[in-house]
Write a protein that binds this ligand. Structure first.
Ligand SMILES: Cc1ncc(COP(=O)(O)O)c(C=O)c1O
Length: 373
């Protein structure tokens, strides 16, 4: 038997689910109140308390949260919203939903977040909002964006547990911030999301628009504005409440795995690792993404890792170079050189809280072999 054959297969991501989740979900099933029941408010209050926000609105996905937060910020037809091209496509898509234009600006080469100077240079008289993304759980430089004096919507979908350079938890700064609870996130409800805000009127608007524009007091069929079905079921809220109770433990698990990766991969000179936390910043660890050496054929690396039982994936491709964005907005290579360089070299490695040190070593050893180091 070859060494390769005895290696265990490692998943790319895996949620932490246990008896507490089962118990909570079963209670909802037995109660018969599967949606718009008591757990919706309970989950929202617990989440707001955890993040240190005034209010929270649970929604069916991070995308739904971003969409409603942008509407609450007043974005509409023909407006421009400045955002990062190095993100999951949802952060640009939500701008297009409102018939506005996503205006990309380049990213910081260290943190991979939207560069405030590049964003400032992209402001026009049609700019109605800024949509910074806390990419890979590293907080964006919000103080710099605030100086631009425009409404801000934070894409915090990857950043639960992060703390910014001013020591403020992501989601507690007051701007609407959308979190995502897809299965690979720090906290999962399968699919789901949450918007935090300090503004009671924004909460009220989001609560109504997630429920077809129905009045928040639930007056039957009093739909006084356009809305959507972006509700989060009580089953999902039950899962979220159980996950919230173990959030510290899960975040600590992710930070532990990241530290193992850092020491296991530190010896590979040409590999760039996620940036260190600056000052009071705490990354809310979401993924472990490394930058391959320039000139290396990334797909070949991904294939060779897969053959060794190690899944990985290019993460993220640049949004402006996706076919839809090229065709609709005429984007081309060369517009955002930092983003394009980072996007061309990034791969996400297996990363989840229960990962063991020996699994991390197995990934590191495979990567070393593949890179010929
Ligand atoms: C940066 C970013 N924005 C938005 C989203 C959208 O979240 P969801 O998949 O919950 O709609 C995600 C999630 O994958 C994300 O990573």
């Amino acid at each position: 038997m070859t060494v390769r054959a005895v290696r265990e297969a490692i998943p790319l991501a895996r949620p932490v689910l246990g008896e507490a989740e089962e118990q909570r979900v079963l209670e909802v099933l037995r109660s018969g109140r599967l949606s718009l029941g008591p757990l919706l408010g309970e989950f929202e209050r617990a989440f707001a308390g955890r993040v240190g926000a005034q209010h929270a609105s649970a929604v069916s996905s991070g995308t739904a949260g971003l969409h409603l937060a942008l509407r609450a910020a007043g974005v509409s037809d023909g407006d421009e919203v400045i955002t990062s091209p190095f993100s999951f496509v949802a952060s640009a898509n939500v701008v297009v939903y409102e018939r506005a234009r996503p205006v990309f600006a380049d990213i910081d080469p260290v943190t991979f977040n939207l560069d405030p100077d590049a964003a400032a240079a992209a402001v026009t008289d049609r700019t109605t909002a800024l949509l910074p993304v806390h990419i890979f759980g590293y907080p964006a430089d919000l103080a710099a964006f605030e100086r631009l004096g425009l409404p801000i919507v934070e894409d915090a979908c990857e950043a639960l547990g992060a703390v910014d350079v001013d020591g403020i938890p992501v989601g507690a700064r007051g701007h609407p911030a959308a979190f995502g609870f897809y299965a690979n996130k720090q906290l999962t409800t399968g699919e789901g999301g949450m918007v935090t805000t300090e503004d009671a009127e924004i909460k009220e608007r989001i609560d109504s628009e997630r429920n077809q524009g129905r009045a928040p007091n639930m007056d039957w069929l009093d739909h006084d504005r356009l809305g959507f079905n972006y509700r989060l079921s009580d089953l999902a809220c039950a899962l979220g409440l159980a996950q919230l109770e173990r959030l510290d433990e899960m975040l600590a698990g992710r930070a532990r795995v990241a530290a193992w990766y850092r020491s296991a991969l530190g010896g590979i000179d040409e590999l760039d690792l996620p940036c260190e936390e600056i000052g009071r910043v705490r990354r809310g660890w979401f993924v472990f993404v490394v930058q391959l050496p320039r000139g290396l054929e990334r797909d070949g690396v991904v294939r060779a890792l897969r053959e060794r039982g190690v899944p990985s994936k290019p993460y993220f491709p640049a949004v402006h170079l996706m076919s839809y964005y090229r065709e609709r907005f005429g984007h081309r290579e060369g517009e955002f050189p930092v983003c394009e360089d980072v996007a061309a070299r990034s791969i996400a490695l297996p990363f989840f809280p229960q990962m063991t040190e020996s699994q991390v070593e197995q990934v590191a050893e495979s990567l070393r072999e593949v890179l010929g180091r």
